[in-house]
Design a protein around this ligand. Structure first.
Ligand code: TXA
Ligand code: MG
Length: 334
């Protein structure tokens, strides 16, 4: 397998996963499937490999990376162990949500290069469930630092082709593990005196609040802004298509021009006719399906040279909290 600007992704097989392990062990970058979004992976213990991630994405080096592990036992490689008792209790109440779309911020081990954590005292860790990523983690034996495999500020990738489109000339290989089943980046929580939600995702704030027996509101930023300080990657403009994104307003008429439409459920034929293209994300308005297909629809419509994309919205609760978070970031122009 060679590095080429015209590269294609490679179907994940025993052989291609073995090749990916070799690239990772040699300090190179590999595009990898996870159940949330595709990641841009490097050996988290290799400082120069980690620096390549920042260069490839055009990512500011003050924005720390998530470290992916195969199981809880592997956490000792990157987390300061043992956890203090308060944090351990919080951790044990949610540990069964792994493997899955959940990232937990914990005190870091000194072994980890500063580049991964952007010099912070904490490290974000995740145990993904995707079988290809699981195999890669187990076979390589490496903790893998991996941000979403998009250029900084663009929409996260949910297929191998999305990774090739954005970063094909920057990676040694892209492993194709199929389209992501969740489609939204993982939920991020920070444990400590009080657990906090740093990024909403498919593991909902409501689920976490039940586990910790606290009100949902106690997990959320007081003025909606501390997240910006806490997780530097979460600045407001993020995940944006180049085409302006507007929220559908049923009481207003559709603006003039070539408009694209992202619908969470089927539109009436009359309404559909007013758009150059309509992408329906779910037959029934199921928000898990909406989350699964949202980024692919944004990317597809963004490539069509439309004047604007108009999208449905939903209540910011359950997985809808993550969907509205991503839509607000994508719609933000400043
Ligand atoms: O679903 C996901 O989480 C995907 C897949 C590939 O695992 N990864 C992902 O990574 O979305 P990225 O880098 O695009 O987003 C990670 C977020 C950033 O906003 C970063 O600021 C935050 O996690 N983060 C990382 N380490 C942190 C830490 N120690 N404390 C607070 N936030 C942290
Ligand atoms: Mg990202």
């Amino acid at each position: 397998m060679t590095v080429s600007p015209n590269m294609r992704s490679v179907a994940a097989t025993d052989r291609s996963i073995e090749a990916a392990c070799e690239y990772l062990a040699a300090g190179e970058l590999v595009g990898v499937p996870t159940e949330t979004v595709y990641g841009l992976a490097a050996n988290a213990l290799d400082e120069s490999a980690v620096r390549k991630i920042f260069a490839a994405k055009g990512r500011p080096d003050n924005n720390p990376l998530i470290v992916h592990l195969p199981d809880v036992a592997a956490m000792r490689q990157v987390v300061r162990w043992p956890l203090d008792p308060v944090v351990m209790d919080q951790f044990e109440a949610i540990a069964d949500l792994w493997p899955g779309p959940l990232t937990i911020v914990l005190p870091r081990s000194e072994r980890l290069p500063d580049a991964v954590t952007a010099g912070q005292a904490t490290v974000a860790v995740r145990i993904p469930s995707h079988p290809v990523m699981q195999q890669l983690l187990r076979r390589s034996g490496l903790p893998l630092a991996a941000p979403s495999a998009n250029r900084s500020k663009y929409v996260s990738p949910t297929t191998a082709q999305h990774v090739v489109d954005g970063l094909g000339d920057r990676v040694s290989m892209v492993l194709d593990g199929g389209a992501c089943t969740i489609g939204l980046e993982s939920t991020i929580v920070a444990l400590g005196e009080q657990p906090r939600l740093l990024r909403p995702g498919a593991i909902t704030a409501e689920t976490l609040a039940t586990r910790w027996n606290v009100p949902v509101e106690s997990l959320l930023p007081v003025d909606q802004r501390p997240v910006v300080l806490e997780a530097p990657g979460m600045m407001l403009q993020h995940y944006s298509p180049r085409t302006p994104l507007l929220f559908a307003d049923p009481s207003a008429s559709v603006p003039a021009g070539r408009m694209g439409r992202i619908a969470f459920a089927p539109l009436s034929p009359e309404e559909s006719k007013t758009f150059a293209i309509v992408r329906v994300l779910s037959d029934t308005g199921d928000l898990n399906r909406v989350g699964q297909h949202l980024f692919a629809a944004m990317r597809e419509l963004d490539a069509m040279g439309l004047d604007a994309i108009i999208t449905d919205t939903c209540a910011a609760e359950g997985v809808g909290r993550a969907i509205m978070d991503r839509l607000k970031r994508a719609a933000c122009r400043e």
